[in-house]
Design a protein around this ligand. Structure first.
Ligand SMILES: Nc1ncnc2c1ncn2[C@@H]1O[C@H](COP(=O)(O)OP(=O)(O)OP(=O)(O)O)[C@@H](O)[C@H]1O
Length: 311
């Protein structure tokens, strides 16, 4: 297995404040990696360190085989990664095409290579309809497409995306997301993502959850769902008292909100058996699968446990 990113006991102090507390993790080459955490958990600090924009306090970081902090390596790291930050870096007065080509030149690409790469990013990000428009006049979603294209013009091995879809409408989010997924799958590029949208993390190969500078959970979305989320039935009974009797008979703990009874179940198959038994009493029902939202909420509600990979 080849790792695009290896982080070992990374720490970052801001004066007295320890923002990143000795985290260790590895990101497999070609994977989609989701780095989650509440506000202030240390995500941006970590990303900025990995992208050579911020000095770490201690620990070791290897990106695409280059060790961070080695002067000659830092330049190579920068050439091998693309970064999309929450704030754009593009010039409002230039067109999308001018902006992206200008960025490509700063990487020292030849004219032929630049033309080829531009064609590549333009196809993935569907730039045809906006490439001659000034960046400053684009909508939020169009700007994001251009930002991602800018980050890809030198064909990096790793793409860092810091909340790439924040503020976009659901349709545009889906579009941007599809482009990222397609790129990742077709080019074997590693994608390192932070997001506050848990359904985006659900398609990642690996997820890490950071809390107050520590890793508090990690694994595949499925493994995390199995550990931290649960399936639920929402039941509405024709007759409340008969419903309560049935719940008691089956020793099912429940919560009730506005006449709807919520019952945790170990699997959807268990739900099916219970629903069959309750069928004559039910006015309506819903079975809800555990989600990454549940995972996040559960982990955030827990104390400050660690997974052992932190100092
Ligand atoms: N330049 C700085 N000086 C001092 N403290 C800082 C600095 N930058 C960040 N911090 C602190 O470090 C901690 C981690 O911040 P960071 O921005 O990395 O969190 P985050 O997980 O990216 O949050 P968000 O989701 O809100 O972007 C926070 O407590 C923050 O206040």
């Amino acid at each position: 297995m080849t790792f695009a990113i290896q982080v070992d006991h990374l720490q970052k102090h801001y004066g007295e404040h320890l923002a990143v507390r000795g985290i260790s993790f590895k990101v497999e080459q070609g994977s989609l990696f989701a780095f989650l955490g509440a506000n202030g958990a240390g995500k941006s600090t970590t990303i900025e360190i990995l992208c050579t924009l911020l000095q770490k306090s201690s620990g070791t970081v290897t990106i695409n085989g280059y060790t961070l902090d080695d002067k000659s390596h830092n330049a190579k790291i920068r050439k091998s990664i693309g970064v999309v930050f929450q704030q754009s870096l593009l010039d409002e007065r230039l067109t999308v095409r001018e902006n992206i080509l200008h960025r490509g030149k700063t990487y020292g690409l030849s004219k032929a290579q630049l033309t080829k790469n531009y064609q590549f990013v333009s196809t993935y990000l569907h730039l045809d309809d906006i490439e001659l428009q000034k960046y400053g006049t684009l909508s939020g979603g169009q700007k994001r497409r251009a930002d991602i294209a800018r980050a890809l013009i030198h064909r990096p091995q790793i793409l860092f995306l810091d909340e790439p879809t924040t503020g976009l409408d659901p349709q545009t989010r889906q579009f941007v997301w599809q482009a990222i997924k397609q790129l990742q799958a077709e080019t074997n590029m590693t994608v390192f993502l932070t997001t506050h949208y848990m359904e985006e993390a659900a398609v990642a190969h690996q997820v890490i959850v950071l809390k107050q500078g520590r890793i508090v959970a990690e694994g595949t979305p499925d493994a995390l769902k199995t550990k931290y989320a649960y399936d639920q039935m929402a039941l509405v009974f024709h007759d409340r008292s008969l419903g309560l009797k049935w719940l008691k008979e089956n020793t099912l703990p429940y919560t009730e909100k506005l006449g709807i009874f919520y019952v945790r179940v170990s699997s959807t198959l268990t739900a099916l058996t219970l629903l069959k038994s309750a069928e004559p009493l039910l006015a309506s029902f819903e079975v809800m699968k555990g989600t990454m939202d549940d995972v996040f909420i559960h982990i955030m509600a827990q104390g400050d446990g660690t997974n052992g990979s932190n100092d």
